[in-house]
Write a protein that binds this ligand. Structure first.
Ligand SMILES: C[S@@+](CC[C@H](N)C(=O)[O-])C[C@H]1O[C@@H](n2cnc3c(N)ncnc32)[C@H](O)[C@@H]1O
Length: 294
């Protein structure tokens, strides 16, 4: 049975739009691990295997995953009368102080579903819901239930990536999607990923990856290419995606020659995702030919 569902979250740096491309690279495996899970678009887009492990250092993110896995009804019940408005967004962001893990999960879920690009770093968490393109609150319950179903028997942890990589069982497949090397990731996430962390990741992969297969995705920079010169393959990849904005984000007011002028950004602006895929294994020739064609 095909178990593919969409990620329950909107997530900065998420791989939702690249999921089909990435799935082409996923080899047969019985144990699957994401050390930097975020919205876990790839886990949700594929079938589960014998062992499934999602990890992220973000405590609130892991807390909401745990709630969805273990107590979906509690979260559904707490959110069932919610409406998506700027006022509620501002309430959850600025006023509501969670006093227990359920309340933390409620706040996180509400803000994630209604914020621009699902950015959960409070310094950059702005209202970004639109009835036409966002999941409406009346559908949140169904989203939580299908996510809960998929998360059954999935191991969820909140560890530093290094601890996870040290513990993976032999012959696992790891999908590794760390914060970008060059972009200003502190804007999006709650834990900064320093230059030293990027080197630490390369190091542990270099010395332990004889035990497992991995696919690592990164922004394309000479330094990353150099850092992974030991890897088997480095592919440059591209895909298209769209970002919708709410009406008030679309209007940027300019004062020009003393006259107030409104500029309206294009509806659903299109972008290109450009990254490199790094693997420590190669593909059958036929598959590779097909892939280099994409
Ligand atoms: C690019 S995002 C992952 C996106 C994900 N693949 C998706 O499709 O939504 C990177 C994630 O790494 C997490 N992270 C940052 N530092 C980490 C660390 N030291 N160990 C584990 N996770 C970390 C962040 O919290 C963030 O969720």
């Amino acid at each position: 049975m095909n178990q593919a569902v969409n990620s329950p979250f909107r997530y900065a740096g998420g791989k939702f739009y690249a999921r089909k491309l990435i799935l082409e690279y996923v080899p047969q495996h019985l144990s699957y691990v994401e050390p930097f899970a975020g919205g876990a678009s790839i886990f949700f887009a594929k079938d589960k295997v014998k062992v499934n492990w999602l990890n992220d250092i973000d405590e609130d993110l892991v807390n909401v995953y745990l709630f969805i896995r273990d107590y979906p009804e509690k979260l559904i019940d707490a959110l069932k009368n919610e409406i998506a408005t700027k006022e509620r967004h501002s309430f959850y962001k600025n006023i509501f102080i969670p006093s227990n893990p359920l309340e933390r999960a409620i706040r996180w879920y509400y803000l994630n579903r209604t914020s621009y690009s699902g950015i959960m770093n409070m310094k950059n968490c702005y209202w970004g819901y639109g009835d036409k393109y966002s999941m409406r609150p009346e559908n949140w319950g169904r989203n939580i239930l299908r996510t809960s179903h998929k998360l059954q028997n999935v191991r969820l942890t909140q560890l530093d990536f290094e601890e996870v990589i040290q513990q993976v069982e032999d012959n696992s497949f790891l999908f590794i999607d760390p914060p970008y090397f060059n972009a200003d990731q502190d804007k999006f996430y709650n834990h900064s990923f320093s230059r030293e962390c990027h080197y630490r990741l390369s190091n542990i992969l270099k010395y332990s990856s004889h035990k497992f297969k991995f696919l690592l995705t990164y922004d394309n920079s000479p330094e990353i290419q150099e850092l992974y010169s030991w890897a088997k393959l480095i592919h440059e990849k591209e895909w298209n995606y769209t970002i919708n904005r709410t009406d008030d984000q679309k209007r940027t007011k300019e004062i020009k020659d003393g006259i107030k002028k409104e500029t309206v950004a294009k509806k659903g602006s299109r972008y290109k995702g450009r990254e490199i895929f790094i693997t420590n294994f190669s593909f059958a020739k036929k598959r590779l030919l097909l892939l280099t064609w994409i």
